[in-house]
Design a protein around this ligand. Structure first.
Ligand code: FAD
Ligand code: DLZ
Length: 510
């Protein structure tokens, strides 16, 4: 036989570079559900269902289109429990000339695969992942010589490169690159949020749900009400659902949070984009078409395109530029353990409870919950980056190291010394109150700071500002915070620090 082609669980695209030029009659595609990939983190049960079910559907589709596929479904007693074991067995069985694969999305596995040629005794060809818009080389060239990277400038380069939302004479549509200032409305229940696109589980998905419940019962989350798309066709329908029903309001309510509504006007497309079921450029182009047809406003469409063309490509660029050292960064010197309530949602802080509860049920929380609630709390409390990164990697259906790590370690924890973001997204309860209706239902009082029932985010915010004076006082975007802190009476400052110290000592009881 000619070649083995390995396709991983987040490479479910027929346009995958590993398939380019392949010989349908002679080459053999290998796909395998293996314990090692299913357990390197405490993956949410819904993520396991999504990945296994989407892999099974993809293998069927490949066979339907004439490919030869060797597929290993999950079983705890399979002799091969890692991708390396699966491939080693397949090489022995089929004696291929070479193994072809597309570069994988995580350093952990990439390091393994790049050594396989030594043990397999055949060449291993690792091809670039052309599903991303910016190659590693292009990103490295853009980043070269810069002390700090700023997404906004990278994003403009990507707009010029793709022509998305650009006029024929090379200017940004509407005259501005970024309409973020228009995207900060609080949501008060109207217009009604459309909810996510739902697919009822078919026989394949139901079989996977049963297996996950049986073999991964210790993992975080629940399989109840699984409704994710598991094929490219369904992911395309999810995109159309978003464009038709949520995109028009996506911009306005992008930063909003709600006590009663999990999804608001977000796309809920990241699990599909990251697994390969949906192409990022297709998603951006669909949004731009919606603006051209007058269905969605520019602030919404630009905001959506920026997330995918800008943030998604930017964080991936940083990941591959700086790994493996990036994962070890801890520039704020944090040492705190992750509070246990991140796993249970058992906390009186309403915003935290709501974000964690949604995460447990849905394997999803929207960006502002991740950044300004669970992320902000970890930053203010000084949680060790490694611990909070492990949590984010485990609990979301869209979580893969290449995208989770820069978002958590860089954007949220500022553990890279500001390489990714110009200032930490630290905020007091006031921000959460402004953007949500959580505080009205909270045990704690957002307008209090030092009392026993005061919102913990308030004193913790000032504690963070105070303890990191050396790190941030000279950051011009933080200057006002320090002036505000220094303006407060010494007794007030003392009371805030005392309250924060009490909160940190009793963190598990909050
Ligand atoms: P929308 O808000 O509707 O945005 C549209 C798309 O833009 C998303 O589908 C996603 O592909 C892309 N996008 C938006 N923001 C980002 C970003 N900051 N980085 C990369 N892509 C972005 N995203 C992941 O895909 N996987 C993760 O593991 C992940 N972990 C995160 C952890 C933290 C602490 C934070 C603050 C953000 C994280 N994000 C992650 C980014 C973002 O929160 C999610 O992509 C988004 O919430 C997914 O939901 P959505 O599809 O409804 O996105
Ligand atoms: C996430 C995941 C899971 C849960 N299981 C598998 C699997 O059994 N087989 C597989 O090929 N891929 C799986 N994946 C995706 C891989 O972990 C992913 O390819 C790497 O993390 C690189 O991004």
């Amino acid at each position: 036989m000619a070649n083995l082609i390995l396709i991983l669980g987040d490479q479910l695209s027929t346009t995958l570079s590993a398939l380019e030029g392949a010989d349908q009659e002679n080459d053999l595609i290998v796909m395998a559900e293996v314990h090692e990939e299913a357990s390197y983190t405490n993956h949410h049960k819904k993520k396991l269902v999504l990945v296994f079910s989407a892999m099974r559907h993809f293998a069927q589709e490949l066979e339907k289109h004439g490919w030869r596929v060797q597929y290993q479904p999950y079983h705890p007693n399979n002799p091969a429990q890692s991708l390396q074991q699966v491939i080693a067995t397949a090489v022995q069985q089929h004696q291929p000339k070479r193994l072809i694969t597309t570069e994988c999305g995580e350093w952990r596995l990439h390091r393994q695969i790049s050594q396989w040629h030594k043990t397999l005794g055949i060449p291993v060809e690792i091809r670039p992942d052309t599903r991303f818009i910016c190659s590693h080389k292009e990103f490295a060239e853009w980043a070269d010589g810069k002390k700090q990277l700023r997404m906004e400038f990278f994003y403009r380069e990507m707009r010029k490169k793709t022509g998305l939302l650009m006029t024929p004479d090379g200017q940004p549509e509407g005259g501005h690159w970024n309409y973020d200032a228009d995207n900060r409305k609080k949501w008060t229940g109207k217009p009604p949020a459309p909810g996510p696109f739902r697919v009822e589980p078919d026989d394949i998905t139901q079989a996977v749900i049963k297996q996950v419940d049986e073999h991964f019962s210790e993992h975080f989350g629940t399989t109840d009400d699984f409704h994710f798309a598991v094929t490219a066709e369904q992911a395309q329908q999810a995109l159309e659902h978003f464009i038709d029903f949520a995109l028009p309001c996506f911009g306005d309510y992008q930063d909003a949070m709600s006590d009663t509504e999990d999804w608001l006007f977000h796309a809920i497309l990241s699990p599909y984009l990251n697994a390969g079921l949906l192409d990022p450029m297709d998603a951006c182009k669909a949004a731009v078409r919606s603006w051209h047809s007058g269905q969605a406003p520019l602030n919404a469409v630009e905001g959506f395109v920026r997330q995918i063309l800008g943030w998604r490509e930017f964080v991936r660029g940083i990941y591959w530029l700086l790994m493996p050292g990036y994962a070890q960064e801890n520039r704020l010197g944090n040492t705190r353990k992750l509070p246990w309530f991140y796993w249970t949602g058992d906390t009186k802080m309403r915003c935290m409870h709501k974000a964690i509860d949604a995460t447990y049920r849905n394997a999803y929380a929207h960006h502002i919950q991740r950044l300004m609630v669970t992320g902000n709390f970890a930053l203010l409390a000084g949680v060790k980056p490694e611990e909070i990164c492990d949590w984010y990697l485990a609990v979301y259906a869209d979580a893969y190291d290449w995208v989770e790590l820069p978002n958590v370690l860089g954007m949220v924890m500022h553990a890279d010394g500001g390489y990714l973001g110009s200032k930490p997204y630290a905020a007091s309860g006031k921000y959460i109150h402004r953007m949500s209706d959580h505080c009205a239902n909270c045990h704690y009082k957002v307008n209090k700071a030092t009392e026993d029932d005061a919102c913990p985010f308030n004193a913790l915010y000032w504690h963070f500002i105070d303890r990191h004076r050396d790190d941030f006082a000279n950051n011009h975007r933080m200057g006002m915070m320090y002036r505000n802190w220094d303006k407060q009476k010494p007794e007030r400052r003392e009371a805030l620090i005392k309250r924060a110290n009490w909160l940190l000592e009793h963190i598990e009881e909050l």
